[in-house]
Ligand binder design. Structure first.
Ligand code: SAM
Length: 206
């Protein structure tokens, strides 16, 4: 399987036209689970920043939009300005496997739809764990919020292109199976793997 990359322009259109309703739902699920509403939140592999922006709207958090793609960060910045969130937003370009942030500096890491691209989950989760403050949490994974939204999105994508299939990532199923061991190696205060109609997520607290 070829190494996958997201095309920023195409992805931006899909987010605006199709995925848009999922982000407020996921943001609320994260608040409900973590109960974290203030401090610094890092949106890892933020893309156009849709999850971080939805999260900013229901919390007081400062959002650090983090992505390896300059074009994605430019789109994130454009939308935070349009949505008047720029005072609580900052942008860092970097790789998740070597996060450009101080250790124990972040209150919450959120991430949606990026982990499939991460080559080395052990290293990526170690990095996320390193930047979390003691007592801070992470909520990372992929999904469309709930069953209804998932079905709605699959139908819309198939109407646009009958050959459309949900992207397949190299070794994703193997990586998911390794996640409990990766968590045990990190030894967080608590962790939970959520695999239900909301998608596949890992929640952990340092
Ligand atoms: C499918 S997009 C998801 C974007 C956004 N989180 C959302 O749900 O709308 C995946 C994003 O992850 C980013 N990404 C992939 N691998 C990464 C890595 N190793 N470090 C940082 N960002 C990465 C890509 O550049 C892309 O913007």
């Amino acid at each position: 399987m070829k190494k996958r990359k997201t095309n920023p322009k195409e992805f931006d259109n899909i987010v605006k036209e199709v995925f848009a309703p999922i982000y407020p739902v996921i943001a609320q699920q994260i608040v409900d689970k973590t109960q974290i509403k203030s401090g610094k939140c890092l949106d890892a592999g933020c893309g156009t920043g849709a999850l971080g922006r939805a999260f900013a709207k229901i919390t007081q958090m400062d959002i650090l939009f983090y992505d390896q793609s300059e074009q994605m960060l430019e789109l994130s910045q454009k939308y935070t300005q349009q949505e008047e969130l720029e005072k609580r937003s900052s942008f860092i370009m970097g790789d998740i496997h070597d996060i450009v942030c101080d250790s124990q500096s972040i209150d919450l890491v959120i991430s949606r739809g990026s982990f499939g691209f991460w080559e080395d989950w052990q290293k990526a989760y170690e990095e996320i764990y390193r930047i979390l403050k003691i007592g801070a949490s992470a909520y990372i994974g992929g999904g469309f919020g709930n069953k209804k939204l998932h079905e709605q999105i699959i139908n819309t994508m198939k109407n646009k292109n009958p050959n459309w299939n949900h992207p397949k990532f190299e070794n994703l199923e193997t990586k998911k199976k390794q996640l409990p061991q990766i968590m045990k190696n990190l030894n967080p205060k608590e962790f939970e793997i959520i695999d239900d109609e909301s998608g596949f997520w890992v929640y952990f607290t340092k």
